[in-house]
Design a protein around this ligand. Sequence first.
Ligand code: OAD
Length: 239
Amino acid sequence: MKPLDRKSHILVLTGAGISAESGIRTFRDVNGLWEDHRVEDVATPEGFVRDPQLVWSFYKQRFQQTLTTAPNPGHLALKKLEDALGDRFWLVTQNVDGLHEDAGNKNLIEMHGSLHRCFCTGCGAIYQTSAIDLDSPLPFCSACEMLLRPDIVWFGEIPYQLGRIEQLLKKSQLLLIVGTSGTVYPAAGFVMTARYFGAKTVAVNLDPPHNSSFIDEFHQGKAGDILPDLVDRWLTYLK
Ligand code: OAD
């Protein structure tokens, strides 16, 4: 394992659990989003072709929820870590809620897209969700009049910036994983890649994740309770 010191690079991977304390539902917990909705209907390209109105109503609701939510102590602890480490810190999130950006993180990769953006299925033009008319049943591109879709990476699609993430996994001495069940690939496999390249792997989660056999140090509990202290402790020897 690579030693941890003032030159160490840290990569953080977050999932829905880090936003739970901000009031955003996770996917697979009791009362999770996938209890009320079929993944095939609202999170696949085929579902969008079948019923774009249903898909848009699902993402509109989720977008509107983000307008009234705020980062919690878990998000803020990761902002503190980035402030202290600068470019030795990178954050990859599977979340699409924008809360890491709201917390102020800059070295951020939103690998599953963002509720705050959508794009044209015809010409690819990108729109801010806040700038489109959410009252109309379906939004269309003002340039080419084709249907817009949420900028969300659906099942069967390739997440953003995988090449960059692989580079970060190779050069990091520490991978911190927060609030993810470890079931959705490729993100669930990052822990194995990081281990392969010699990083220490640490997880903070309410329940042991599915890939926990690859985790060196596990902190069980809420991200907002655990991360502030963990970050302060790490900063005594990483900063
Ligand atoms: P899941 O809903 O699968 O898992 C959330 C994890 O967070 C669970 O393991 C919980 O135990 C944990 N958790 C809940 N509250 C927590 C808290 N306060 N502090 C720490 N941990 C907590 O969500 P993800 O793993 O993020 O993809 O799901 C991965 C992907 O599956 C999502 O990005 C989404 C989904 O389908 C797409 O939509 C493409």
